[in-house]
Design a protein around this ligand. Structure first.
Ligand SMILES: Nc1ncnc2c1ncn2[C@@H]1O[C@H](COP(=O)(O)OP(=O)(O)OP(=O)(O)O)[C@@H](O)[C@H]1O
Length: 255
């Protein structure tokens, strides 16, 4: 059995007036340590899938199994990193990165030191007593990564974490996130609109159809690309080839 299995998942949003079938018959399996991306048109249900995997919403049909357990409700095995960093502006960086540990009753001297060491690895120990508004967007996302990793989740869900950043910062952060996740042997799902980012960071890309979102095509990224850093991958000859392939499929979906 794979580390993460999304089995026959469909989801309908109900409101008083209507119902929206957001995703339909989604199946995917991820092995431990893999990095996969979900790519697709706007509104195809990417965030819905992540919310289901995070246990924030229960799928209307189907189930998600993480490390042999069916996901019911939020759980400590999953960390969520979003486009906006959601750092609390009235708390210092240090207080922000300890938050998850505090909420899950894991805050002790050992976990504190580990988290501060990670902040140091991100080149940010000098800002630990500052407040989020004093930091740039890229720095805030690095803090957000530290906070997400602090509780040592097995699975990371990344919902367009680089999309609000300028291009240069985005490229640097892609490398940093990629290398940090490999170092800690984490499994990750990235949701993105950016074909290049998906190719540069993943082992596999799931391309979704328009709503109701379902898996349209799966692209396996060859090891020679998947094993190098995203920055190096963007300069690899295979990168353009795969880009064209994915682009063509996306065009088909828009017809
Ligand atoms: N709470 C809700 N109630 C009703 N419909 C919803 C709700 N949340 C999402 N939807 C609808 O479900 C569909 C999928 O939404 P979702 O946010 O998962 O898509 P997405 O692929 O992440 O979109 P984007 O790429 O624009 O962020 C959309 O058509 C959206 O309008």
């Amino acid at each position: 059995m794979s580390f993460l299995q999304i089995q026959d998942v469909s989801h309908i949003y109900f409101s008083k007036k209507d119902r929206t079938l957001a995703i339909k018959d989604v199946n995917l399996s991820i092995e431990e340590g893999e990095f996969i991306s979900i790519l697709g048109p706007s509104g195809c249900g990417k965030t819905t899938i992540l919310s289901i995997v995070a246990g924030l919403i229960q799928p209307t049909i189907g189930k998600v199994i993480l490390d042999r357990e069916t996901i019911v409700g939020t759980n400590k095995n999953t960390g969520y990193m979003l486009q906006q960093d959601y750092l609390f502006p009235w708390k210092t960086i240090q207080e922000n990165i300890f938050l998850g540990l505090k909420l899950t009753n894991q805050l002790n001297e050992k976990t504190k030191q580990k988290t501060l060491a990670l902040l140091n690895e991100m080149g940010l120990s000098h800002v630990k007593n500052q407040y989020p508004t004093q930091l740039s967007g890229g720095m805030r996302q690095r803090v957000s990564l530290v906070r997400t990793l602090a509780t040592n989740p097995k699975l990371l869900l990344l919902d367009e974490p680089f999309s609000a950043l300028d291009f240069q910062t985005k490229l640097k952060l892609e490398d940093l996130v990629f290398e940090t996740l490999k170092q800690f042997e984490k499994t990750a799902i990235l949701v993105t609109h950016d074909i290049g980012e998906a190719i540069a960071m993943s082992n596999r890309i799931y391309l979704f159809t328009n709503r109701p979102g379902t898996v349209h095509k799966v692209f396996e990224i060859p090891d020679e690309l998947a094993k190098i850093t995203p920055f190096e991958a963007r300069n690899h000859p295979l990168y353009n080839e795969i880009f064209q392939e994915v682009w063509k499929e996306l065009e088909k979906l828009e017809k």
